[in-house]
Design a protein around this ligand. Structure first.
Ligand code: FE2
Length: 401
């Protein structure tokens, strides 16, 4: 009880602080073929030698297009194409070393959340060379301008192209944590739907559900929201309900791809102000311990946590049910439950499982410790979890498999 009161007063203080802070926004360059504008952006920033950070598969399929554009523009580059999913501290350090030894002057991060997060971590280390990655975990520990940073998402989900966060996993302990600092907001976000056209349906589904989780968690949080973040979250939810399954069924539906990139960006904007919550905190433990893809973990956990919150979120979820057209008759509870049921139905239609059977009994205490440490006291979640309630949710994730 005392703890909860402390967390809420901590959040009230932060609520005021967040409103006083000046939030930079990335400049958005969007539309089919927009990656062609990257050299122009680099010239504007006077970057003549850029570090391109990506993962192995995107590195093979999509990086050559950007590298060719850089060649044509006479911009030198160094390519690091080894970012794994759930990027580690070791990877961040490798990128930083490569950046420094090649005298790079800026970053292009190409991919899903992992390359963007790894590049953000490296950018933070470039300006804070004496601070270890783990020491920057938490809030405002970078506090220094990073080099020019262009984020180019190849999935519509992470929102990292607009957020203050970089999610990194400790190479030894598998603890996955967030570095959160407004300086990590990229300077530019290049939203080119052509890059997402070749995504496999499964990745489209899970990354899209990650975006939905960002919007719903931010929206249901009880502090830090502004009129603008509320509107962004609502629009993101409506657009994801309308376009995600279209993009899942037909990857070449460019209208759906474009709208999903925009929705993901809006959801990212919402949660970078209003935070995520217990869904993400638990999902991060699965990413760290079992390498579970982030979007998949969120997709499974989102309806379970929303059900667990119960009446604390009925009103907001009922409003989302109305906006999305899921249910506009009945009482608040009925509408909220219909909204959660629709999330489950979307998961089912996109062949996303209902639970996970791989969680090991002996890992549960560690998962609870990490999840609570991520959430409290900073995330203004609608229901503050203690160990017992967090365990109950984890056991539901297992029993629903
Ligand atoms: Fe996420």
């Amino acid at each position: 009880m005392f703890k909860n009161a402390y967390y809420r007063s901590y959040q009230s203080v932060f609520d005021v602080g967040m409103r006083l802070m000046s939030w930079r926004r990335p400049e958005v360059v969007s539309g089919s073929g927009s990656i062609g504008k990257i050299p122009e952006l680099l010239n504007r920033e006077q970057v003549k030698n850029v570090m391109v950070v990506t993962g192995p598969s995107v590195g093979k399929k999509l990086a050559p297009k950007i590298l060719a554009a850089l060649d044509d523009a006479g911009i030198r580059y160094v390519l690091f194409a080894e970012v794994e999913s759930n990027p580690t501290v070791n990877t961040v350090n490798k990128i930083q070393e490569l950046y420094l030894s090649n005298n790079c002057e800026g970053f292009i991060a190409l991919g899903g959340g992992s390359p963007m997060d790894a590049a953000k971590g490296a950018a933070a280390r470039v300006v804070r060379p004496n601070v270890k990655v783990g020491q920057m975990a938490g809030l405002m520990k970078v506090w220094k301008k990073i080099p020019p940073f262009i984020a180019v998402p190849t999935t519509a989900g992470t929102g990292s192209e607009t957020t203050i966060a970089a999610i990194i996993t400790d190479s030894d302990t598998h603890h996955k944590y967030a570095i959160m600092d407004p300086h990590l907001i990229p300077k530019y976000a290049v939203l080119d739907p052509d890059l997402t056209a070749g995504l496999p349906p499964k990745v489209t589904a899970t990354t899209g559900m990650d975006a939905l989780t960002h919007a719903v968690e931010a929206y249901t949080n009880c502090a830090y929201n502004t009129d603008e973040t509320i509107r962004a979250a609502e629009e993101a939810v409506v657009e994801i309900f309308r376009y995600l399954e279209r993009a899942y069924r037909d990857g070449s539906d460019m209208e759906a791809r474009t709208q999903m990139l925009i929705a993901s960006f809006k959801a990212g904007f919402a949660f970078t102000h209003a935070c995520v919550g217990n869904v993400h905190a638990i999902a991060h433990t699965l990413g760290g311990l079992y390498n579970t893809p982030h979007g998949l973990a969120n997709a499974v956990i989102l309806p379970i946590v929303m059900e667990d919150y119960g009446e604390a979120v009925y009103e907001k979820l009922a409003h989302l049910a109305e906006l999305t057209g899921v249910k506009d008759s009945g009482n608040t509870e009925e509408k909220a439950k219909a909204f959660i049921a629709e999330i489950r139905a979307m998961n089912k239609r996109m062949e996303i499982p209902t639970g996970f059977d791989f969680i090991k009994e002996e890992d549960i205490p560690q998962m609870i410790t990490w999840a609570l440490a991520e959430t409290n006291p900073f995330y203004p979640v609608p229901v503050i979890y203690d160990r017992r309630r967090c365990e109950k949710v984890i056991r539901r994730i297992i029993s629903e498999a």
